[in-house]
Design a protein around this ligand. Structure first.
Ligand code: NAP
Length: 496
């Protein structure tokens, strides 16, 4: 493994942050052990060693949490919007006050480099600030019926208790992106973080409690038996909404469970982003953008550039520049100085990345750098660039979720747009060209909820995030993010 030995974080400080982190379930404003006393281990993916154990919720704990959310619903909904906004603003401030500890905790449980973890804490906090502002702008309407005689009064009300399920790759931001609009709209919630990364979300529960969230309005459960604990809650009819971020396959299962009680759903699912570099694109900027789109979160992102299509006339140069940048990256524990690429979340994920790489190579892809796992206790994979990745390679259809750039040449705009769209996913695509006309034409033709035009990152709390096709339903963030947690009610008024 490459990397400097200079440690920016002492092992004493690591132990301290873990020792101080909440490890129980947060139900009805109280920290409680799981009924039956079960715990689950949290592993540091950079060493493979257990960091600590947290309470492992049972089905009974799930019911306790949902019933607490049900009881608290009327109180939260009745809080004036300004008061709901104040809770979120206070949480925003506390997250910034504690950014170093929150980032370290995230790095330890998830592996991402500290600088990225800090970026995620700030990004997550921004959802609270954004939705604090939106809470006071929930509007309605008053209209004369077209035939006269009556009036339409349109108001908006919270959907009701909501179940929020989040993945391990952005352990804080994916929760804040749901809890923020839920509180702003007046919806209580039960959040279930991924079993591999519960610590960040539990720390967020502590912050929200300190920020004044009423007891029962925010409940947080870690569990090693997600399906067993969550399915009865989803099917109960008590919850009126499910907001899920995770894989398309789990999303499909949850959609089926939601159908029984016709729950409102928001689904942020998998991606298979294309990154397209035209012959008139600025190659240096395109390489910068590709590094962001590919290497943010060490490639473990739904927005990661999974397929990089480069015009045949510039692919050699692009490949050379990208390889230079990828081979310079320091791989190591996220807490160490200068580390840019952390471990994969677990051995399975690392092995899956390698399997996809070996499959592409056996189909004819050429290795420009990397293409191997690294020895040692952690789950590291060397930053990799492959070129001439054939259409038959599995990584053209499956999320790589690792630090692997897969390049394929193309000859025409028509051909590349067809290739971009030949996937069931539709979350985001990236396009590099200096022609505004071509850029807009391609941005309009690609089937995705988002497009990065000459930029490698599109996520922003103030912009609508989400996908089309099997990448999901609904949008998070932006001016409409709060709508996912609001129902529209018509009050028809007789005037004669
Ligand atoms: P995952 O396996 O689908 O898990 C996501 C969450 O669902 C976890 O909390 C998981 O709990 C839970 N879960 C799994 N099975 C469940 C069930 N039967 N009932 C209830 N909950 C269940 O996804 P992941 O591997 O954690 O995350 C990676 C995926 O998320 C990728 O596909 C990525 O593209 C996607 N993602 C999408 C976005 C977006 O905004 N579109 C953002 C980030 C990630 P356990 O931990 O207990 O399994």
């Amino acid at each position: 493994m490459t990397g400097t030995t200079a440690e920016t974080v002492t092992s004493h400080r690591e132990a301290d942050v873990v020792a101080q982190a909440p490890k129980q379930l947060f139900i009805d404003g109280q920290w409680v052990d799981a009924r039956g006393g079960r715990t689950l281990d949290v592993v540091d993916p950079s060493t493979g060693e257990v960091l600590c154990a947290v309470a492992d919720a049972s089905e009974e704990d799930g019911w306790d949490a949902l019933k607490a959310a049900e009881r608290a619903q009327a109180e939260l909904a009745a809080l004036p919007p300004r008061k709901r906004a104040d809770i979120l603003m206070r949480a925003f401030e506390l997250m910034h006050e504690r950014i170093d500890d929150l980032a370290l905790l995230m790095t330890l449980e998830m592996g991402k480099p500290l600088a990225e973890a800090k970026g995620e804490v700030a990004y997550a906090a921004e959802f609270f600030r954004h939705f604090a502002e939106e809470a006071t702008r929930i509007d309605g309407g008053y209209q004369t019926a077209p035939a006269g005689g009556s009036r339409f009064l349109v108001t908006r009300q919270p959907v009701g208790p909501s179940i929020l399920i989040t993945p391990w790759n952005f352990p804080l931001a994916m929760g804040a992106r749901k809890i923020g609009p839920a509180i702003a709209a007046g919806c209580t919630s039960v959040t279930k973080p991924a079993a591999q990364t519960p610590l960040s979300m539990l720390a967020l529960g502590e912050i929200l409690s300190e920020a004044g969230a009423p007891a029962g309005s925010v409940n947080i459960l870690a569990t090693s038996t997600s399906g067993k604990v969550m399915e009865p809650l989803i099917r109960s009819g008590i919850a009126r909404k499910l907001s899920f971020t995770g894989s398309t396959s789990v999303g499909r299962t949850l959609l089926e469970q939601c159908a029984g009680r016709v729950l409102r759903t928001s689904m942020e699912l998998g991606g298979n982003a294309a990154f397209v570099v035209f012959e008139d694109g600025d190659l240096d900027k395109a390489v910068d953008g590709a590094m962001l789109a590919k290497m943010r979160n060490s490639g473990e992102a739904c927005t990661a550039a999974n397929r990089i299509f480069v015009h045949r006339s510039v692919i050699e140069e692009f490949g050379r520049l990208l390889t230079e940048r990828m081979s310079e990256l320091t791989v190591g524990r996220g807490v160490d100085d200068g580390v840019k690429v952390g471990p994969m979340i677990d051995a399975n994920q690392r092995d899956k990345v390698d399997e996809l790489v070996q499959d592409a190579i056996s189909g004819g892809a050429r290795v420009l750098t990397g293409a191997e796992a690294l020895d040692g206790g952690g789950f590291f994979y060397r930053p990799t660039v492959l070129t001439d990745v054939p259409e038959s390679a599995r990584m053209r259809d499956e999320e790589i979720f690792g630090p692997v750039a897969a390049l394929t040449p193309f000859d025409s705009e028509e051909e590349v747009v067809a290739a971009v769209n030949s996937t069931e996913y539709g979350l985001v695509n990236y396009v590099y060209t200096e022609s505004l006309r071509r850029g807009l034409r391609v941005a309009e033709s690609v089937e995705s909820g988002m497009v990065g035009l000459n930029q490698g990152v599109v996520s922003n709390p103030a912009a609508p995030f989400g996908g089309v096709k099997e990448s999901g339903l609904g949008r998070e963030g932006g001016p409409t993010g709060i709508d996912e947690f609001l129902e529209t009610k018509l009050i028809g008024i007789a005037m004669d």
